[in-house]
Design a protein around this ligand. Structure first.
Ligand SMILES: Cc1cc2nc3c(=O)[nH]c(=O)nc-3n(C[C@H](O)[C@H](O)[C@H](O)COP(=O)(O)OP(=O)(O)OC[C@H]3O[C@@H](n4cnc5c(N)ncnc54)[C@H](O)[C@@H]3O)c2cc1C
Ligand code: FES
Length: 338
């Protein structure tokens, strides 16, 4: 039986391989042309050590110098010995270039574009080769802008459904991709997507989780929630979704659907503008549930525009809150504008 193994390289590139349950993961990676770190192949040197972030496996045989008992308890593994017993996610402590990984790219066709509000647009792409694009919920791709040589990064806001993936985009006035989406995009337009990329993806839910979304920073969380609904976790997941103006608050009906389906998922919306008609005003930091933060027994995922991400990080630091895990993604403007 074969399992799907996600290999996440330290530069954020991810590649998926198939590993049979009777072969070690390193062999499966080399069979797929991925030269992950390897030396003795014998469980003696520790060169192939990496962290298994999710999934079941057997460790194989090795000596303590290569992998200590404590490391094994922290889910470190030796890929030259490890055999997968389920789909797994492995963090490889090397860059994708060193491992000779080519970032996948494929063409896709515009399926639909929807103006959700004056400030937000969603669009969906039909993948030309759906089997060639696997990603972890929360990851992003670089999308080409038709009629230009430029690309922009967008987080998947859905998991693939019948070969179609969705995105949620802020309509930045005068922005290249924003203008294309708002004014010219039509079904059938051909675009190229490259990826998946990013270390902002959902890990196993083993303690309370807090999702903090700023504006279209909601996108990766929608993909995560879609994935979670297939096996709702027993731990509570709370989201605070903050936007600047009332018009920026989109896809709330989708969040309500997730909350209806998942007993342990709850969310709060908050609007910063002082003239907002919304019942909860301010920034996400004004609405963080103390019960979830207290003691730091929480995994925090944070995504949004850079000032929002920086403000939340500064807030947690100032309050002395050290979460068990903290993952964040900044929706920075493209390099051409920095
Ligand atoms: C890893 C990653 C994932 C991302 N995922 C998403 C996503 O899922 N949804 C999403 O909406 N965006 C996302 N972004 C941001 C996205 O890549 C673009 O930067 C954004 O959509 C603007 O592109 P544009 O071509 O419309 O504007 P550009 O032509 O790039 O910019 C036009 C002008 O607007 C400024 N500008 C650009 N972005 C903003 C902004 N957010 N606020 C204010 N001014 C801005 C620029 O500096 C420039 O002056 C992500 C960015 C990164 C790095
Ligand atoms: S390559 Fe030496 S322990 Fe795996």
């Amino acid at each position: 039986m074969a399992h799907r193994i996600a290999l996440n390289f330290e530069d954020g590139v991810t590649r998926f391989i198939e590993a049979r349950s009777d072969e070690v993961v390193a062999d499966a990676a080399y069979r797929s042309g991925l030269n992950i770190p390897l030396d003795c192949r014998d469980g003696a040197c520790g060169t192939c050590k990496c962290h298994c972030e999710s999934g079941d496996y057997t460790l194989g045989s090795y000596i303590d110098d290569a992998l200590t008992e404590g490391e094994a308890a922290e889910r470190l593994v030796l890929t030259c010995q490890m055999k997968a017993k389920s789909d797994c996610v492995l963090r490889i402590p090397a860059s994708s270039t060193i491992c000779k990984v080519k970032v996948g790219s494929m063409s896709a066709e515009m399926e639909s574009v929807r103006q959700l509000s004056a400030s937000s647009i969603s669009f969906s792409l039909r993948l030309k080769d759906p089997d060639g694009m696997h990603f972890l919920p929360g990851q992003y791709v670089n999308v080409s802008i038709p009629g230009t040589t430029q690309t922009r990064s967008y987080s998947f806001s859905s998991m693939p459904r019948d070969g179609v993936v969705q995105f949620l985009v802020r309509n930045v006035p005068g922005g290249l991709m924003s203008s294309y989406l708002a004014e010219r995009a039509k079904a059938g337009d051909v675009m190229t997507i490259a990826g998946p990329v990013g270390s902002f993806y959902l890990r196993d839910v083993s303690r309370p989780v807090l999702f903090l979304a700023g504006g279209t920073g909601l996108a990766p969380f929608l993909a995560m929630l879609e994935e979670l609904q297939h096996g709702p976790p027993s731990q509570p997941i709370h989201m605070v979704y903050g936007v600047t103006n009332d018009a920026d608050l989109v896809e709330v009906d989708l969040l309500e659907l997730f909350a209806a389906k998942m007993r342990n998922f709850s969310f709060t919306t908050v609007v910063a503008a002082t003239d907002s008609a919304h019942p909860r005003k301010g920034y996400v930091t004004h609405h963080l549930p103390v019960s979830v933060l207290d003691g730091g027994n929480v995994d925090i995922y944070l995504c949004g525009p850079p000032p929002m991400v920086d403000a939340v990080r500064a807030y947690l630091h100032e309050k002395g809150i050290i979460p068990m895990s903290f993952y964040y993604e900044k929706f920075s403007a493209s390099e051409t504008h920095k």
